[in-house]
Write a protein that binds this ligand. Structure first.
Ligand SMILES: [Zn+2]
Length: 382
C-alpha cells in the first residue's frame, strides 16, 4: 500500500486503486486504516518546531521591538472601545485575564475570548504601520523561515483546499488570497497549476511588491475598499492568521463573502482560544497578545460564520506547536505546571517518548492551538 500524502494512491481490498484524499479517509470505516493515515499525516510533519518558523536568533531583538510597540499602543489606551462578543454578538461576558494593560473577556454564550475595550480601526492602523516588531519579522524572521513555512504550513493547507475543490468537481477554480504577506502560499498555489488564476489582495506596499516579484497578480488595496469589478469573481478565498486581528470580524467576513461566487469556498487559519496552549498557559500563552483581539474556538467560529452567511464545511486543529510552547514555559519556570507531577512527567521526564504522541492526540481531538476552517458561502447570500 502506498501511503504518503494527499494526492497519492492506494490499493483497496477489491484490488482497485483509489486516489487518497482527506474526504475518502474521513468516510473510511476501517478504524485501524484511519488511525494509521492520521498517524502518517501528523508524523510526516512532526518535525515542525518553533525554531524553524521563528528563529531563536531574533527572539531578543523581536522582544525589544515589541516593547517599543507596546509603549506606542499604551499612549492611546484611552481611545480603546468596548465591544460585544465578536463571534455571537452576545453582551454577557466575564473577565478572563489581563495582559500588557489590555483586558480580555470570555463570552458566557460561546466561550470566545476577546479583547474589550479594544483599539479602534484607526489605532490598529497606526499600530501596524509603525510596528517595529513587524519590521523585524518582515526583514529577518519571515525571509529566513520561508522555506520551512512553505513546506510545513502552506503545503498541507494547499493539499487540503485542493482536495475540497476536487470533491466539488471545480474545474480550474479562481483563487484569491487576502493578506498574503510575502506571497508564500499563493506562489505555491500558482506553481501547483491547479487553479485557473491566482490573485492576492495586499494593502501594504512592500508586501505587494514582494508578491509581484513572485509573479502574482496583486490587487493593492484594503479588502473593504475593493471595487465592484472584483465582486463574485473567486471560487476560493484563503486568508491565514488574519481574522484574529480584525476589529469587527463579521464585517470582515462580509467582505470575503462579496468576493466569492455563490457556493464559493473560504479557507482560513487562526488561533484556537480553547486550544491546549491557551487553556494551560492562559495569559502567558504566546497566542495572547495585543494583536490577537479575537480568540475564537471550534464552536464559536461556526456561530460567527453562520451569522455572516457561511455554512461550515470543516473545522480542524492541525496546529503542531502546543506541546513545545507549553514545555518551553515549564522549562523556563514561567508556569506552575512544573510543580505538577503529571505534567512534569510528560514535559520533562518522558517528553522524548510521549511528546509527539500527545501533540497528535490534541490534533485529532480538535484541542490544538491553531484552527483551520473551511466554509462555503451560503447560496442565499447575495
Ligand atoms: Zn459569544
Amino acid at each position: 500500500m502506498v501511503m504518503l500524502s494527499h494526492g497519492t494512491w492506494f490499493k483497496r481490498n477489491d484490488g482497485k486503486f483509489k486516489e487518497l484524499n482527506f474526504s475518502s479517509i474521513k468516510r473510511c470505516r476501517n478504524k485501524s486504516f484511519k488511525k494509521y493515515y492520521f498517524y502518517k499525516m501528523t508524523n510526516n510533519t512532526k518535525s515542525l518546531s518553533l525554531n524553524e518558523i521563528r528563529s531563536d536568533d531574533f527572539r531578543l531583538m523581536q522582544e525589544n521591538a515589541y516593547k517599543n510597540d507596546l509603549v506606542r499602543l499604551h499612549r492611546r489606551l484611552d481611545e480603546f472601545v468596548s465591544t460585544p462578543c465578536p463571534a455571537c454578538g452576545g453582551q454577557n461576558s466575564n473577565y478572563h485575564f489581563e495582559k500588557y494593560k489590555c483586558m480580555f473577556l470570555e463570552c458566557v454564550a460561546c466561550a470566545t475570548i476577546f479583547m474589550s475595550p479594544r483599539p479602534t480601526p484607526d489605532v490598529m492602523d497606526d499600530y501596524y504601520s509603525n510596528s517595529e516588531n513587524y519590521a523585524i519579522w518582515n526583514k529577518y524572521i519571515f525571509p529566513k523561515s520561508e522555506a520551512n513555512r512553505r513546506e510545513k504550513i502552506c503545503r498541507p493547507n494547499l493539499d487540503r483546499i485542493i482536495d475540497e475543490c476536487k470533491k466539488r468537481g471545480l474545474k480550474k477554480p479562481a483563487f484569491l488570497e487576502i493578506g498574503p504577506g510575502f506571497g508564500t502560499f499563493s506562489a505555491l498555489a500558482n506553481d501547483s497549476g491547479y487553479f485557473g488564476n491566482v490573485s492576492v489582495v495586499e494593502r501594504t506596499p512592500s508586501m505587494a511588491d514582494a508578491c509581484r516579484a513572485k509573479g502574482l497578480h496583486v490587487v493593492e488595496s484594503a479588502l473593504e475598499e475593493i471595487t465592484h469589478d472584483f465582486f463574485e469573481t473567486a471560487d476560493v478565498v484563503a486568508c491565514f492568521e488574519v481574522i484574529e486581528h480584525v476589529f469587527e470580524p463579521i464585517n470582515f467576513l462580509s467582505g470575503i463573502s462579496r468576493m466569492l461566487k455563490p457556493s464559493g469556498l473560504f479557507m482560513f487559519t487562526c488561533p484556537n482560544g480553547k486550544g491546549f496552549d491557551t487553556e494551560m498557559l492562559r495569559d502567558a500563552s504566546p497566542s495572547v497578545d495585543t494583536e490577537h483581539v479575537n480568540l475564537f474556538n471550534p464552536q464559536s467560529i461556526a456561530v460567527l460564520l453562520n451569522r455572516a452567511g457561511f455554512d461550515v464545511v470543516s473545522v480542524e486543529t492541525p496546529g503542531q506547536l502546543d506541546v513545545e510552547l507549553v514545555r518551553r514555559s515549564v522549562l523556563e519556570n514561567k508556569t506552575y505546571l512544573k510543580e505538577d507531577p503529571f505534567w512534569r512527567t510528560l514535559f520533562i521526564e518522558k517528553f522524548d517518548s510521549l511528546g509527539a504522541d500527545f501533540q497528535r492526540f490534541l490534533i485529532e481531538h480538535k484541542l490544538s492551538g491553531n484552527m483551520r476552517v473551511i466554509a462555503r458561502k451560503n447560496i442565499n447570500v447575495s
